[in-house]
Design a protein around this ligand. Structure first.
Ligand code: FHN
Length: 480
């Protein structure tokens, strides 16, 4: 389905961490510095809602949803099926004639996201196959001109999000296997390769479409570029030269300038092709504590099962518990979690996805205080779970101790155990279970630079028990 992850992950690590550093040396970087003079992703107020939101719905929906992973008896494809199954260009285009998602209901999708506890939605406006899920006047290869559906789902989704205050973002693939001026050499594949392809012509097309997406659909909060970094590495020459050439190739800086001029508050990810702008996008994994959060904002994007686009043969779904833990792990490092669903070609989100999201949503809504608008935990993550935190208006600090494994006691031996928050000199003020009614308090004491919390009784939650620990004043780390 996708390129070997090792190569792709190495690209992102290169761009995400090395990109800005290397790019700084290039003339192109002068422009980057100009743009970035107002850029301080950890503090920039454009990022405030995003940091508070923590949890979003990623949606991969397009022509690939029709075969739903299956082609000529093979059932392991996803959104890359055009390339993976080597479907002839005209045959793949022909799928558009069958795309008629009459059961699509944008309000229903937004409601599913809300019940899940999600605060924003990022939907594919155009994936690598080049088919536009919106009305574009720069191509007729779009949902209005080529399908019996004849409606603009992105417009309907934008309206549904606006009604309830759900933030909306667009995913846009720089790679385009359909456009005659996106060259095969840049992705190693094109459905109808053109030896005369002129990338500048394609970039102009891309910029025109971005104008459409950022002008015709109201406030767009996130622009989620993809595959800007997948351009082939040069066969020779230093990475610095590649990094200099690469942003110029994509006119990345002028594109970012244009995007920000159209929607000044928009947040842009790291996949425009030269490294991190507002946030990094570790994919299909939750970063190790300390690996990303210290450098940049990050959002882990992961699938709810084994595929981005709908695959009717999929069986590897995540459980609500896994989703809750992935959310908490990201939040404990100050990161966001973008969880993907791939709706069916009839316009419905798969009922299995909905059920799982709803299941995780029950815990998320019940423990919302420990997730939304929180900050990373103040110390390296303990082995008993994860920590999120927030400053309190009285000057104290509140920690949320997410205890993943709460020992099961018995009638004869009721549960009694202690957990430690190491490395803090603060005095504890109080400790209690976040969700039990009546409130269940626990003892907590400062012990030579560690805070020991004595827990007892039944676990407050079967998946993740949150203990509130209030500390006097702001965080004071133990001097090593
Ligand atoms: O190739 C795409 C893939 O289909 C999917 O859209 C993911 C989502 O982040 N992005 C690329 C792989 O990194």
């Amino acid at each position: 389905m996708n390129k070997p992850r090792k190569k792709r992950v190495s690209h992102w690590i290169l761009f995400g961490i090395m990109g800005p550093l290397i790019a700084v040396m290039s003339i192109q970087a002068q422009q980057l510095i100009e743009i970035r003079s107002d850029w301080n992703p950890t503090m920039d107020n454009r990022m405030e809602w995003w940091h508070d939101a923590k949890y979003g719905m990623f949606i991969h929906w397009g022509l690939y949803s029709i075969p739903s992973g299956e082609w000529n008896g093979e059932t392991t494809y996803g959104e890359w099926i055009m390339r993976g199954a080597d479907i002839p260009y005209k045959e793949y285009e022909g799928l558009a004639n069958k795309f008629n998602p009459v059961k699509f209901n944008a309000d229903e999708w937004v409601q599913i996201a809300q019940e899940a506890g999600m605060k924003y939605i990022v939907i594919t406006s155009k994936h690598h196959d080049g088919f536009c899920m919106f009305d574009s006047k720069y191509t007729d290869y779009d949902i209005i001109d080529r399908t019996p559906f004849g409606r603009d789902p992105l417009k309907e989704l934008a309206d549904a999000c606006a009604k309830v205050g759900m933030h909306l973002g667009f995913y846009y693939s720089i790679t385009d296997w359909h456009h005659p001026h996106f060259a095969e050499k840049w992705h190693g594949y094109h459905g109808n390769p053109n030896p005369e392809a002129d990338l500048d012509v394609y970039v102009e097309f891309m910029q025109n479409q971005l104008r459409e997406l950022l002008t015709n659909y109201g406030p767009i909060k996130i622009l989620w570029f993809d595959d800007g970094g997948s351009f082939m590495m040069p066969s020779d020459g230093p990475v610095e030269a590649y990094m200099e050439e690469h942003p110029a190739l994509l006119h990345s800086v002028e594109t970012m300038n244009m995007v920000r001029s159209l929607q000044p508050d928009i947040i842009i990810n790291d996949r425009l092709g030269y490294g991190t702008t507002d946030f990094m996008t570790p994919e299909q994994f939750v970063p190790e504590p300390g690996s990303y959060s210290a450098v940049h904002n990050f959002e882990s994007c992961l699938t709810i099962n084994g595929a981005w686009g709908h695959n009717k043969s999929e069986v590897n779904w995540k459980s609500p518990k896994e989703i809750i833990h992935e959310l908490v792990q990201n939040a404990s490092m100050g990161g966001n979690y973008l969880l993907n669903v791939g709706p069916m070609s009839n316009g419905k989100i798969d009922p299995v996805d909905t059920e799982i999201l709803r299941g995780a949503g029950k815990w998320i809504h019940r423990n919302a205080e420990a997730i939304f608008s929180t900050q990373a935990g103040p110390v390296p993550q303990p082995d008993w779970g994860r920590i999120t935190s927030r400053p309190l208006s009285n000057g104290n600090t509140r920690l949320y101790l997410h205890v993943f494994d709460w020992p099961r006691g018995s009638r004869s031996q009721p549960t009694q155990f202690a957990i430690t928050v190491a490395g803090l000199e603060n005095q504890p003020v109080q400790a209690y279970a976040l969700t039990t009614i009546p409130r269940r308090s626990y003892s907590a004491e400062q012990n030579k630079g560690s805070i020991v919390i004595k827990l007892n009784g039944r676990r407050p939650d079967i998946v993740n028990s949150v203990v509130v620990l209030d500390l006097e004043g702001s965080i004071r780390k133990r001097k090593m």
